[in-house]
Write a protein that binds this ligand. Structure first.
Ligand SMILES: Cc1ncc(COP(=O)(O)O)c(C=O)c1O
Length: 389
């Protein structure tokens, strides 16, 4: 039995079966590559599902963790720390750079789903009893509130009754108009690109349309940038050009360290008062120091992400594939995504299959054309086979 197989067997004996059997046991990573327990190298085209913005073992992250954990590791929210304050100010700067005119305020969390929970509480405070809308095929997380906003019967129906009622609306201007016409809307939650649904970008102009509807209805526009934010699409926020009332962030924010944020603009950033929300670990100095280091690095990578994403897309399109997404969050249309994902894995490429006909790529933002070239060559070589039944 290989070391990989032994580790996977031990994993299965120790852990609840929420994820199925792991595909590999990984032992180390460097840049855009990881190595499995048997020493085989893989190009990580998934980046921990759009998380490892700086790849693996980036010196800025290693340095930030080491320095902070050796100085001040955890303090509770009765106190603050320099990295927490600097992170909050840097997130404000990210929003100012993204065109936000109103001042924003930040609530730090430990994950994406917790950022969505915070957003939901803000929505309740904004308009108690108001209707909450989300888009069909949305994914906003798995805790009870976020699960209520997630439109995936297979993962939610077994947990009914959920935490309130959410109405799911098709992502078209006409359907949004009809939903708002019913009155008393407190908020609409939207992902600029629906990542878990298979990297489905919203129709052009839909976010601005929703902004106008929210303004007219006194409703909050909540944009979930957990998968798309922090440079993933080649700009800080994929929703650039539209100013939300609340934005949720996580994944790439910590470059691999667990941290998220719920960001409120204007009045939405002032609704929480002492006691209305909290979390023991949120804003932990180590997580804050790592996120701050990540943001500083990502700032210098935005153009690289844009250019590399365009190059990758053009290579795949030239090979005959349908490609969706933006920057380094891309989907490739294939006939049988699980088969293609498994085959790519045997060839040393980590990808995933969010739906039966989609391969998702969300590599580290530092990935280069020369890292990607063997992958695009293989995709070109197997184009017919991967796209046909
Ligand atoms: C858009 C979006 N929202 C929320 C979440 C939940 O984040 P987490 O898994 O960190 O709880 C995800 C995770 O995939 C996501 O893609």
């Amino acid at each position: 039995m290989s070391t990989n197989e032994t580790m996977i067997n031990r994993y299965e004996r120790a852990f609840m079966n929420t994820f199925g059997a792991p595909q590999l046991a990984l032992t180390r990573g460097e840049g855009a590559y990881v190595w499995d327990a048997d020493g085989k190298r893989y190009l990580d085209l998934l980046g921990g599902i759009a998380v490892n913005a700086l790849g693996h073992a980036h010196p800025a992250i290693v340095g930030a963790v080491q320095a902070q954990v050796g100085t001040l590791g955890h303090i509770s929210n009765f106190f603050t720390s320099t990295p927490q304050v600097e992170l909050g100010e840097k997130i404000q700067d990210v929003f100012a750079q993204s065109g936000y005119e109103r001042p924003v305020k930040v609530f730090l969390t430990n994950s994406g789903t917790e950022a969505v929970e915070a957003a939901l509480k803000i929505v309740r405070l904004h308009k108690p009893g108001g209707r909450i809308l989300a888009l069909t095929h949305a994914f906003h997380g798995r805790t009870f509130g976020a699960l209520t906003l997630t439109d995936k019967p297979a993962i939610k129906d077994q947990f009914a009754p959920l935490a309130g009622t959410v109405e799911f609306v098709e992502p078209t201007a006409r359907d949004l108009d009809a939903a708002f016409a019913g009155g008393n809307v407190a908020a609409i939650f939207m992902e600029p690109i629906q990542g878990e649904a298979g990297v489905m970008p919203l129709p052009d102009g839909l976010l601005s349309h929703a902004r106008a509807l929210c303004d007219a209805a006194g409703a909050l526009l909540v944009i979930d940038e957990i998968q798309t934010g922090i440079g993933r699409t080649g700009q800080w926020l994929a929703s650039r050009g539209v100013q939300a009332d609340v934005v949720t962030l996580a994944k790439g924010l910590g470059g691999g360290f667990p941290i998220g944020a719920c960001v409120g603009a204007g009045a939405a950033g002032e609704l929480f008062t002492p006691g209305s929300h909290g979390s023991t670990f949120a804003g932990n100095p180590v997580a804050s120091a790592v996120a701050l280091a990540t943001l500083m690095q990502v700032e210098a990578l935005l153009t690289h992400v844009h250019d590399t994403g365009l190059w990758l897309r053009s290579q795949l399109e030239a090979a005959g594939y349908e490609v969706r997404g933006s920057g380094l969050l891309l989907a490739i249309g294939v006939h049988d995504s699980t088969r293609v994902r498994d085959e790519l894995l045997t060839k040393g490429f980590i990808t995933n299959a969010p739906n039966p006909h989609t391969i998702r790529l969300a590599p580290p933002l530092i990935v280069s054309e020369s890292d990607l070239a063997p992958f695009t060559a293989l995709m070109a070589e197997r184009s017919h086979e991967f796209q046909e039944a």
